[in-house]
Design a protein around this ligand. Structure first.
Ligand code: GDP
Ligand code: IMO
Ligand code: MG
Length: 423
């Protein structure tokens, strides 16, 4: 049985959490493959909004197993808070939440290092979520990290101490004047580790291998977005993992030839939170309207998201890098009421018009070239069937499908599970 992937095609927050929740009924296993609590995945149903950071977005369904894969970095403190939230809803997660032994742990000093590194960069800061993501992946690739499986060994606290001591020296090096009480942070950390240890740790690559042999259906859930990928994103304004399709292979131990569909999610416009280039960013009333109507505030940090028109040059790049087979367009409802919609179809770059994403997309290098389309005025939020969609929206969709050479199979018209139109 094949594995399907679901990932974001822009700068994150495309609506991955919502769609994973919608699709979970068709899968036996939902597996997160990279990122950590920098992610904020929002789900809404029965009038309640849930935000997940590390736990896969299939957790609210009765049957599906939710796996936190080896490519994920886990902060036990945040993980415990997520579990506390699930407990409020009397959700029995113990039987359906599994954690890879090979997933790395975010230590309290990783978070401080993240803050110290950002402070040292001044205006050039990445705009990190300050969850310790960069330093944890640095320790992973530097071969110093502590993994979930280490918690089952007797000497892990000694290894923890040695690493935390090293981090303290590094924090001093930054001379960032960040104040912290490590004893307090460590007490909280060790308490949270105790809770983490009540869950089931597994050799997840073997588990997934067996599951595939038994014909189980698996959906791999990505975090962040393709333009935040450590290799293919707008480096250095990126996250520290491979958010693109290949990340699912290394982040779960799934072989490339086992992947069937790659679902690529995008917003009908574009948003970005944190620093870095964003060619179609708007600084006018249109951008303001997108932010207001779309409630564009980060699910993890609460920071306002920057908004702009859809960038087809960037989107095409993401479709290619990921091998997207099916597209899903989110937040079409937010564009209702715009008389004219703009889509960036090319860039002016070094005196030429280009349609591929160049090495450097800083504002001084690229100027977007727009195609204009007629907007629609209808409120989409109550629509449930493709036949109800306004003509202008269908034209918008058809234009994108043609340009991207990929079908749009879901049109999302609101945050709730039910506000999802399958085409
Ligand atoms: P993720 O990180 O990709 O899971 O996305 P986030 O949860 O960070 O951000 C998406 C936001 O848009 C959340 O607040 C969702 O509830 C909301 N949302 C998702 N789909 C739609 C939609 O079709 N329309 C509207 N208006 N909101 C949506
Ligand atoms: P989800 O999964 C949007 C951004 C941060 C910053 C950069 C690096 O909810 O789509 P990091 O903390 O990873 O070192 O930050 O990446 N970023 C996200 N932006 N959605 C996310 O996740 C993000 N995770 C990280 O804002 O610009
Ligand atoms: Mg998010």
């Amino acid at each position: 049985m094949a594995v399907n992937l679901l990932l974001g095609l822009q700068w994150g927050d495309e609506g991955k959490g919502k769609i994973v929740d919608v699709l979970t009924k068709d899968y036996n296993i939902i597996a997160r493959f990279q990122g950590g609590p920098n992610a904020g995945h929002t789900l809404e149903f029965d009038g309640i909004k849930h935000v997940l950071h590390t736990i896969p977005s299939g957790i609210f369904h009765d049957k599906a197993i939710n796996l936190v894969g080896n490519g994920v970095v886990i902060d036990p403190v945040i993980f415990k808070k997520e579990l506390d939230n699930l407990n409020k809803f009397n959700l029995d997660y113990k039987s359906k939440l599994l954690i890879s032994r090979k997933a790395h742990l975010i230590l309290p000093t990783h978070r401080i290092l993240d803050a110290a590194s950002e402070a040292s960069k001044g205006k050039a800061k990445i705009g990190s979520t300050l969850k310790g993501i960069g330093p944890t992946y640095m320790d992973k690739t530097g071969r110093n990290g502590i993994r979930v499986g280490d918690l089952e060994l007797n000497d892990w606290k000694e290894r923890y101490r040695a690493l935390a001591n090293k981090h303290e020296a590094m924090i001093d090096f930054y001379d960032s004047k960040i104040e912290y009480d490590l004893t307090e942070l460590e007490n909280e950390f060790f308490e949270a580790v105790k809770v983490l240890k009540t869950l089931t740790f597994i050799d997840s690559e073997e588990y997934l291998h067996q599951a595939q042999k038994e014909g189980k259906t698996i959906l791999a859930e990505g975090a962040q977005g393709s333009l935040l990928d450590i290799d293919f994103g707008t480096y250095p304004f990126v996250t520290s993992s491979n958010t693109t399709a290949a990340g699912a292979c290394t982040g779960l131990g799934i072989a490339p030839n086992k992947i069937k569909d790659v679902f690529g999610i995008f917003k009908a416009y574009t948003t970005r939170v944190g620093s870095g280039p964003f060619p179609t960013e708007l600084f006018d009333q249109d951008g303001e309207t997108m932010a207001q109507v779309g409630h564009e505030f980060g699910a993890t940090t609460g920071r306002p998201r920057r908004c702009g028109w859809l960038d087809l040059v960037a989107l095409k790049y993401a479709v290619h890098v990921n091998g997207v087979t099916k597209l899903m367009m989110m937040k079409g409802d937010v564009l209702s009421g715009f008389k004219t919609l703009k889509i960036c179809t090319a860039y002016k770059y070094q005196g030429k018009t280009i349609t591929h994403l160049p090495y450097n997309i800083e504002p001084e290098n690229v100027t977007p070239v727009y195609t204009e389309m007629k907007g629609w005025s209808e409120d989409l939020t109550g629509m449930t069937d493709p036949s109800q969609l306004p003509k202008e929206l269908n034209e918008y969709i058809s234009f994108l499908e043609k340009e991207l050479e990929t079908p749009i199979t879901i049109v999302s018209v609101g945050p709730d599970r039910t506000q999802t139109i399958h085409r």
